[in-house]
Design a protein around this ligand. Sequence first.
Ligand code: HEC
Length: 118
Amino acid sequence: MNSQKYYLLLLISLFLGLSSCTSAILEDEDIGPIVTTIKYNDDVKNIASANCVSCHGESSPQAGLDLSSYVNVRFAAENGNLLNRINNQANPMPPSGILPSSTRAVVDQWVADGYLEN
Ligand code: HEC
């Protein structure tokens, strides 16, 4: 192979390499916003631990409501007053003040996603 052909081959492979990088970046941009699924273990558990479990813990919970496990939080959301109370401006849970709407939106999305555990 003479050196001219060698350079041509080098140029072509360089071009192919670069263009494949470019198309990979464009494809990433086409994916759009990242949609996350809300799960109890990743998201809701932390919200309950930080805002509810101090009063609604395993030992002598307020109103007899223990919010320290997946099964109990799901039950309170599905069959109880959890959603009403966290969104109740006049009588919110926690009693110290209604949670930020972004936090309440996570719980709403968890319900919409079907109460996933993990
Ligand atoms: C400072 C203590 C405290 C914290 C923190 C707290 N609660 Fe409560 N919770 C109470 C008390 C006391 C009651 C009973 C009186 C009432 O219903 O207002 C209650 C009642 C409830 C009820 C009504 C139970 C029923 O059977 O109707 C729900 C639902 C509830 N809490 C959910 C939550 C959730 C969810 C959180 C966290 C986002 C939370 N609470 C945080 C003290 C607390």
